[in-house]
Design a protein around this ligand. Sequence first.
Ligand code: MF3
Ligand code: CO
Length: 290
Amino acid sequence: MAKLGRNDACWCGSGKKYKACHEEFDRKIEYYKNLGHLVPSHRLIKTPEQIAKIKEACKVNVEILDTVAEKICIGMSTEDINTIVNEVTYRNNAIPAPLNYEGFPKSVCTSINDAVCHGIPDENEILMDGDIINVDVSTILDGYFADSSRMFLMGNVSEEDRKLVEVTKEAMLKGLEQVKPWTFLGDMGQAVNDHAKAHGYSVVREIGGHGVGLEFHEEPWVSYVSKKGTEMLLVPGMIFTIEPMINMGGPDIFVDEENDWTVYTDDGSKSAQWEIQVLVTEDGHEVLSW
Ligand code: MF3
Ligand code: CO
């Protein structure tokens, strides 16, 4: 990319001259880059217009999850959850992002008990008393992307499993607390990991979060086994997910050989996941979808 002149229009689309807009900001990023840090490209730094559009997509995503929360019950199939997601999505003139994404056959991921993520809704899979389930909803509205997930407890869930779900939520929120500009993504990752480990759980290493907004999965890759002071520099305008998968047993996982999607824990232990979509602001962060 050719270097912008100080009197050229800023890359952010504000219409202001570069020198009066993002020149200082870019210098600061350059400073960190020269220190050897991974830094965001301009495409990962959303403009106010893009942020407004992404927030609209997030509103629909939250409405879908709220509707699932209202209707989910024992005896329902995961295909029924898919139907709910489709109804609310299309009513909002949106598109379910998972559908046909790299061949994914349904509109939502539904992952029960030892399923870590990427469960495929199925009319023969019935929600049972004691199940814990993650419902992961992703929405495209007017070309902009939203992505978040929640856990649901079906009926009489064991104390042990409830705790896994609760601690996983806490771990995600501990990570969120770390999100502020001019810090590193690894600060967030370490906070998630520390909390999971303190409870004797393990964090899935192979699957992480991601930048999101203009595409479903953008840079940066978001790890939860990272260390403070490492990974990408965070700057205002970045949007990504925090979506740790935490296992009661060991961290190892495998992918279902038949459907090539669903991820399970190797040892059959339960796994929980919560996902939020977060914007880095001037003084901290804003949760856009949960
Ligand atoms: N919602 C998942 C995520 O958090 C997306 C999985 S890809 C899919 O990244 F095709 F399975 F939907
Ligand atoms: Co995601």
